[in-house]
Design a protein around this ligand. Structure first.
Ligand code: BES
Ligand code: MG
Ligand code: ZN
Length: 513
């Protein structure tokens, strides 16, 4: 059993209606009367399933489900049917929701064992499907319960085992299929565990999840992977020596010490890495806005402003577990943006690590300052073949794309295409925005090389253009995750709070040859 996730997933055998246990579950795409699995189950249940479906208006739509006692007509105690909507609308992200919903129903009905019939989407998608189903099972049982004290909230999950059946008739797996299955389960488990870990870091109040807390977390992860993963934490003094004037200014108003985290994964046995990839995460552990103070309602959730850091740190755990042919770096420049007698002010001119001077016209545009120096550090100290940054950077990105889609900006066509391809397969919604150079005008300052914010229109893009100044010619992709990093609407695979967004795509990207 996986210690982190609490239950095991195995390749099941036998015909679905003869498999014993607490729950047998399957997925229906739209009209159940056209689904051979539904028809077979209905027949075994003597027509009960279609009767209940009719009376409960179950039409196999996404989000619908049926839970039925089988009254010993099937070997399992209960049957669960999950609606998934038409196959044509069915994306990879939905697959996670399907299995997440099943795991949640299992726990709600105090079930320990589940047999899950795999949806038939074609043999070539089988491994990907098993991985997504695995991820969904673990993501769906995530709960941030540390601070809940009721007995109900503290009740442990009942689910202990999930057997995945290749189809409802009991199709046997070949040795190769069984191997592919096992690999997919390991990948799914590892990615989901890392995603849930990122969620924990994000959901933790800022009083606990300080820059040093994130540094300690990175150190604990490195310790788990001795020999392949190392971490260096640069303190404020070291950052000052390196000239990180922008990063240090943002944290100078807080009593929490800033910490610059650098994790390095190297392929085992001294194998020469194919590429050097660097993932950079925004790590503002609380964003009050500084003297450009946020109104209370906008500040309320700002403990999530380190979601990028949480994603890159957690992803390194999964990357080290699964292995990669690349040398992979994670960087998180962590600090807290507060007001005090020492805080940075509007009108201040900061000197960045690459020497560029920046006039501050808004202390709430702090993320780009921390990232600018992190990007310079990556570009000059690591000299990666490619770098990516993940940042809850602008409300403007959410205005443009809504709360579920990340904004992706880059001038490197090949790199951004390959990134978006991996994101699509991982089921994380990302959309490209143009780095229109005309908007660069807005960042002009009369007294410094540039200022840190432009006008309201195109706010996500001017933030991207600001970062591009520091990325220079190193192939770079900027991912604004302000929207999808956290959610206020429940979805089976994503309960309210931090989502762990980007972990899945980062891990998949690093695994790619
Ligand atoms: N952390 C915020 C962006 C944010 C907003 C993330 C909402 C998640 C949800 C960022 O530091 C910020 O304050 N951005 C400003 C930029 C502006 C001052 C140019 C914003 O979006 O208002
Ligand atoms: Mg801000
Ligand atoms: Zn911020």
């Amino acid at each position: 059993m996986d210690a982190k996730t609490g239950f095991e997933i195995t390749l099941g055998s036998g015909a679905a209606w003869q498999v014993g246990g607490d729950v047998v579950a399957f997925v229906t795409f739209g009209d159940p009367s056209k689904d051979p699995v539904f028809k077979s189950a209905d027949q075994a249940l003597g027509g009960l399933l279609s009767e209940v479906a009719l009376s409960e208006s179950f039409e196999g739509k996404a989000g619908q489900s049926l839970v039925l006692h089988t009254h010993k007509k099937l070997a399992a105690k209960r049957i669960v049917v999950i609606g998934a909507g038409p196959k044509s609308d069915f994306a990879n992200a939905n697959m996670r929701d399907v299995s997440a919903a099943i795991a949640q129903i299992a726990n709600k009905t105090l079930s320990a064992s589940v047999a899950l019939v795999m949806p038939q989407l074609g043999a070539n998608r089988e491994a990907a499907l098993v991985q997504l189903l695995t991820e969904g099972l673990y993501l769906g049982t995530y709960k941030f319960g540390r601070y809940l004290t009721s007995d109900e909230a503290k009740r442990p999950h009942t689910l202990k085992s999930v057997a995945i059946l290749r189809d409802f008739k009991g199709a046997k797996a070949s040795a190769a299929q069984a191997r592919a299955f096992a690999t997919a389960v390991v990948r799914g488990t590892t990615i989901a565990a890392a995603t849930n870990h990122a969620r924990d870091l994000i959901n933790e109040p800022a009083a606990i999840a300080t820059p040093l807390h994130l540094a300690a977390d990175a150190q604990a992860i490195a310790k788990k992977h001795k020999g392949v993963l190392t971490v260096t934490v640069l303190d404020e003094k070291k950052c000052a020596e390196l000239g990180m004037g922008m990063f240090l200014a943002v944290g100078q108003g807080s009593d929490e010490r800033s910490a610059f985290i650098h994790m390095t994964y190297k392929p085992a046995q001294g194998k020469k890495p194919k590429k050097k990839i660097c993932f950079i995460g925004k790590g503002v552990t609380f964003d009050s806005g500084g003297y450009s103070l946020k109104p209370s309602n906008a500040m309320e959730d700002m403990k999530i402003d380190m979601s990028g850091a949480a994603a890159v740190i957690s992803a390194m755990d999964a990357i080290a577990t699964l292995g990669s042919e690349h040398e992979v770096h994670a960087i998180a420049a962590c600090c807290e943006n507060l007001v005090s007698g020492r805080a940075y002010k509007l009108g201040d001119v900061l000197k960045s690590m690459d020497g560029t001077t920046v006039e501050i016209n808004n202390t709430d545009a702090e993320g780009r300052l921390t990232l600018g120096d992190a990007i310079t550090y990556a570009r000059t100290k690591i000299q990666p073949d490619e770098m990516f940054d993940f940042a809850t950077l602008t409300g403007a990105c959410m205005v443009a794309l809504g709360p579920y889609t990340a904004g992706v900006m880059s001038d490197h066509e090949a790199l951004v295409r390959s990134w978006l391809g991996v994101a699509e397969r991982s089921g994380e919604d990302m959309w490209r925005l143009p780095l229109n150079p005309r908007l660069r005008e807005q960042l002009k300052s009369p007294i410094a090389d540039m200022r840190n914010t432009g006008d309201r229109f195109g706010g996500a893009i001017t933030a991207g253009l600001f970062l591009k100044t520091f990325a220079k010619d190193t192939p770079w992709v900027h991912v604004d995750i302000a929207g999808p990093a956290s959610t206020s609407s429940n979805r089976p695979s994503q309960p309210k709070g931090g989502t762990g967004y980007a972990v899945a795509t980062i891990v998949e990207y690093a695994a790619k040859a």
